[in-house]
Design a protein around this ligand. Structure first.
Ligand code: ADP
Length: 427
């Protein structure tokens, strides 16, 4: 193993796994809380997929440190803390506290923090995060059910989560290239700057950042920061042949979509899937709380549907409706009820012959994976930027796509299946 990745949610894990696999590295995404990662140490990269983005701070720190120990024990020479490209977090964390703990464990000096992912419209300029043309706090992320983002200054956001010094690596410095960035990092080591929020508006900036970082032990970023890593490892002679995963999968079963993401992108994709005639069932969070048999009814309904089209079960709703539900059930209970329901339904569907699943939503994907007995996933073909089909490396054999809420265009839920079918016929 060269790189160990600690991903704070499940969809982020498959997003970074895809980036690294496309760069020619072999990647295993571990989704279960296994004792050790030794059995995966032949992979160039092991991605530990956690569900720590909104966990209590102490729990997030403990789980991340535990993953770090297992990655180091299995041979990781560098660690990437994979966060969301929209810096999803609360004022208490968890990005700052987890990064602090990893810095201490790894003896890291000045550490680059850069969530930019230009291909998906996430750019950082003068330390401010943009989503497309909008500042983060003006984007739909301001209404996220769990991590509403109401500030766009990454220096301010990071400073609120750590006592360590946070500096800025501005675009003029980044465009000067790896040499200048390296000098800034060295000066930061001396001056006690623990984190540098780094500007990046194009992939070349992300590549310069990791070139400057070289084998410094820790990086904090979105999947964009991983773009340059395979090239660095090859240049340093750590990986000489391309060993990207080969995806081999033939479905024998049925298909389902489970959506818990309330993002604008996912809701648009659901509208399209309904228009395309997918058998559809909407879950009501309050009803789920009051009447647990709602879950059994949804499972029974899914089995009765025509197998030609994927079944779509979703709880996703508009911000006003989500607010209403949160007022009735309480913030964390609303999310928990929906996550538990979709997890239970996924478990039932897999046990009943569904072997192609799309899960929409980061927290939702984490809940679904935890409810199943999946252990590790390998990267398959790309569906959309940041979203691959993944193939279960153990039983149960299935193909699963874990989609971050905001990712994919309107046709995502319709076109995703063709990518898998064409791949099946190739292999
Ligand atoms: P995204 O990737 O878009 O951020 P997530 O799955 O991470 O999606 O977060 C969406 C959260 O909203 C989940 O915790 C989910 O359970 C919750 N949720 C989904 N539907 C509803 C609803 N109708 N009311 C309240 N919360 C909901």
């Amino acid at each position: 193993m060269i790189l160990g990745v600690i991903a704070d949610d499940m969809t982020g894990a498959s997003d970074v796994a895809l980036t690294l696999s496309q760069g020619g590295l072999s990647v295993t995404q571990v989704v279960a809380n296994t004792e050790s990662f030794h059995q995966y140490q032949e992979s160039d990269v092991v991605v530990a997929a956690l569900k720590t983005r909104t966990a209590p701070v102490e729990e997030a720190v403990k789980l991340s440190l535990d993953a770090c120990e297992k990655l180091l024990a299995a041979g990781a020479r560098q660690v990437l803390l994979k966060i969301c490209s929209t810096f999803d977090s609360t004022a208490n964390g968890n990005i700052g506290p987890v990064a602090d703990a990893l810095r201490l464990r790894l003896g890291a000096g000045s550490t680059i923090v850069c969530p930019a992912f230009p291909e998906n419209g996430r750019t950082v300029f003068k330390g401010y995060l943009f989503v497309g043309q909008q500042l983060l706090h003006e984007s739909p992320m301001k209404d996220h059910p769990l991590t509403p983002m109401r500030d766009s200054s990454l220096v301010r956001l990071m400073s609120a989560q750590t006592r360590a010094n946070v500096g800025l690596l501005s675009l003029d410095k980044v465009t000067e290239g790896a040499g200048s960035i390296r000098e800034s990092l060295a000066a930061g080591d001396v001056a006690g700057v623990s984190y540098f929020i780094a500007d990046a508006i194009a992939n070349e900036h992300l590549v310069s950042l990791v070139e400057a970082n070289e084998m410094r032990p820790l990086l904090v970023g979105g999947s964009g920061i991983a773009i340059g890593l395979p090239g660095i490892y090859r240049r340093l002679g750590l990986q000489t042949i391309s060993r990207a995963n080969r995806f081999r999968y033939r479905s024998r079963g049925r298909s389902a979509i489970l959506a818990g993401s309330c993002s604008v992108a996912t809701r648009g994709q659901i509208v399209k899937a309904i228009a395309a005639g997918f058998p559809t069932r909407k879950l009501d969070a309050v009803e789920l709380d009051r009447n647990p048999s709602t879950i059994d009814e949804a499972c029974a309904w899914a089995l009765k549907q025509d197998a030609i089209k994927p079944v779509l079960i979703y709880a996703s709703d508009a911000p006003e409706q989500v607010e209403l539900v949160k007022r009735i059930l309480g913030e964390s209970r609303a999310s928990r009820v929906v996550e538990n329901a979709l997890g239970g339904i996924a478990k039932f569907l897999i046990a009943n012959g569904f072997d192609r699943l799309i899960i929409a939503g980061g927290e939702t994907s984490g809940a679904v994976i935890q409810a199943t007995s999946l252990k590790a996933l390998q990267v398959g073909p790309e569906i959309a930027p940041g979203v691959p089909w993944m193939y279960s490396a153990h039983t149960p054999e299935l193909a699963i796509a874990l989609k971050s809420g905001n990712f994919g265009n309107d046709d995502f839920l319709i076109s995703a299946w063709e990518k898998l079918t064409s791949q099946e016929s190739v292999n």
